[in-house]
Design a protein around this ligand. Structure first.
Ligand SMILES: [Fe+2]
Length: 195
């Protein structure tokens, strides 16, 4: 079950209905897929996509997604830091970012046009859709493990466009450990106009 934190308002939401309602209010779609299908820890991407075939097809029809794949990273993944560094700075994409978490955890920070900056810690069973154009960034949690189904309208559209606002530096990923120090007085720079 996702945990939503709104650091500038000192709020934490962990009730399923509250989380879904709050996230819908800032344009983020959230679902819990329960019960999740059983997949082995060493299941191949093909086996995972087959297990979740019905759900993936439903999402494809609903969101116009053409392809799905499985991202699978752990501390042993080659070039993990380089990979993570692409996505832990505030950015947006020209298409939706859709993730269904199979294993592990991660934290999306979403910087809505209206409303407070929101951290969404996701775990197995969570489906999140960050619509195209939404300013956001992503970090792994302390165990540096995530396996997730991704859906794409077209993979070329998923290139990150960086805002270079620097706001990401004001919000440590709280699931990394106890080093989180919210900076509620930090200004909110808007150096890149939203399209
Ligand atoms: Fe992204």
């Amino acid at each position: 079950m996702a945990i939503v934190r709104i650091p500038d308002e000192n709020r934490v939401l962990n009730d399923r209905a509250q989380v879904a309602e709050y996230l819908a209010g800032i344009g983020i779609e959230y679902e819990r897929w329960v019960p999740a299908h059983e997949v082995n820890a060493d299941a191949t991407p093909e086996e995972i996509l087959a297990a979740y075939g019905a759900e993936v097809e439903r999402l494809k029809r609903r969101g116009g997604y053409a392809t799905a794949d499985v991202i699978d990273v752990d501390p042993e993944t080659p070039n993990l830091e380089t990979m993570l560094a692409k996505f832990n700075r505030e950015h947006w994409h020209d298409e939706d970012e859709v993730r269904f978490i199979i294993q592990g955890r991660g934290i999306f920070h979403v910087h809505p046009e209206l409303g407070s900056l929101t951290a969404i810690e996701v775990e197995a069973g969570d489906l999140i859709r960050v619509p195209r154009g939404t300013w956001h960034w992503f970090d792994l949690c302390g165990e540096r493990r995530i396996r997730a189904i991704r859906l794409f309208q077209e993979t070329a559209g998923w290139t990150p466009h960086y805002t270079e606002s620097g706001v990401d530096r004001n919000y440590e990923p709280v699931c990394l450990g106890p080093s989180y120090l919210p900076s509620s007085t930090a200004p909110r720079p808007t150096v890149v106009p939203r399209s």
